[in-house]
Design a protein around this ligand. Structure first.
Ligand SMILES: *[C@@H]1O[C@H](CO)[C@@H](O)[C@H](O)[C@H]1NC(C)=O
Ligand SMILES: *[C@@H]1O[C@H](CO)[C@@H](O)[C@H](O)[C@H]1NC(C)=O
Length: 307
């Protein structure tokens, strides 16, 4: 499976049809409703291919308790939601253990040693979009040493940023005229960032880019040069997917992708807490749609899920 290098899938996207509220609800539903889907693999991200979310290297939230990172589909049964899932953690359960060897050599399954961890909750961190994930609820996992398409039941859960506060990175070309800003290392995705301009004493909603960054142009203030300039410290208000809003400052405009701690440090609440709200028992066996021809429904897939 191939996932998008940063930016290059923009052309595949049609107009956004869902309202902002409908998208929020769809993203929240990933926490409420476990999905029966599949897991495939693609290459390792790197400095030249940081993924569409620009969350490589991953912040603490994307490392603590996390197996590896994952790309979600922008096609078919898409769950990427224009980057609104960037920074989300997912737990999956691979129970259809027998599939790999049986489908060896075909598109489904894969060599036994490439199967994901079986019968145990395994956590992934969303940091990319997958442009050719055509299977329902497919997840494309970044691990270039493995192959195959595997059964996986999954649900979104809180990440664990632990004691590391919210951090910021700037996109390429940020300056006092234009900023692309990302807030990261929350337990759940970011919904929005507002910027406060001190000269006209006004909060502005930064516009969301597909790339996991929020953008603002100095000219949007209408103040004219030089009053319009975006001078650090930048006073910002970050709102999480859950709607919790916290104010902090970004001390300077960093180089592209340089990590800057929130100052004062801010920490957000999660949604699910330690125990995921859903387990795969919530997915009716009859409505499970495994990734290939399989007798998954006859296997005992439910009793492992709550464990
Ligand atoms: C890809 O990432 C995995 C997990 O981090 C690592 O074990 C593996 O060595 C990496 N492969 C390459 C070619 O860097
Ligand atoms: C951010 O910095 C501004 C200006 O220095 C200050 O007035 C404000 O209180 C700071 N915000 C927080 C949350 O500390």
């Amino acid at each position: 499976m191939t996932s998008a290098a940063s930016g290059c899938i923009l052309l595949l996207l049609g107009p956004v049809l869902l309202s902002a509220e409908a998208v929020d609800d769809a993203v929240l539903d990933l926490y409420r409703t476990p999905r029966e889907g599949s897991l495939s693999y693609y290459w390792n991200l790197s400095e030249s291919q940081r993924g569409t979310c620009f969350q490589w290297p991953e912040p603490a939230a994307g490392k603590n308790g996390v197996w590896t990172s994952v790309a979600l589909p922008v096609v078919s049964s898409q769950t990427f939601y224009d980057g609104r899932t960037c920074g989300m953690c997912i737990e999956f359960l691979h129970t259809d253990v027998g599939r790999g060897p049986r489908y060896l050599g075909s598109k489904h399954g894969g060599p036994e040693e490439h199967q994901p961890p079986a019968n145990e909750r395994t956590r992934l961190f969303v940091n990319n979009a997958c442009g050719d994930c055509e299977y329902e609820n497919q997840m494309d996992v970044s691990l270039n040493s493995r192959k195959g398409l595997w059964q996986a039941t999954w649900v979104a859960v809180d990440c664990e940023p632990d004691t590391t506060p919210v951090q910021f990175i700037f996109g390429r070309g940020s300056s006092e005229h234009f900023i692309g800003l990302q807030a990261r290392n929350l337990p759940i995705p970011v919904k929005g960032i507002e910027y406060y301009h001190p000269i006209n004493d006004k909060w502005y909603t930064m516009s969301q880019g597909f790339t996991g960054m929020f953008k603002f142009q100095a000219t949007e203030t209408g103040l004219g040069w030089p009053d319009e300039l975006l001078k650090p410290p930048l006073r910002v208000r970050v709102t999480s997917l859950k709607g919790q809003a916290l104010e902090t400052n970004v001390s300077r405009i960093g180089e592209a992708f340089e990590v800057i701690d929130s100052d004062p440090p801010i920490f957000f609440e999660g949604i699910t807490g330690d125990a995921p709200t859903g387990s795969c028992t919530a997915v009716e066996e009859a409505s499970r749609t495994p990734c290939g021809p399989s007798d998954v429904a006859s296997l005992s897939t439910t009793h492992h899920c709550a464990g």
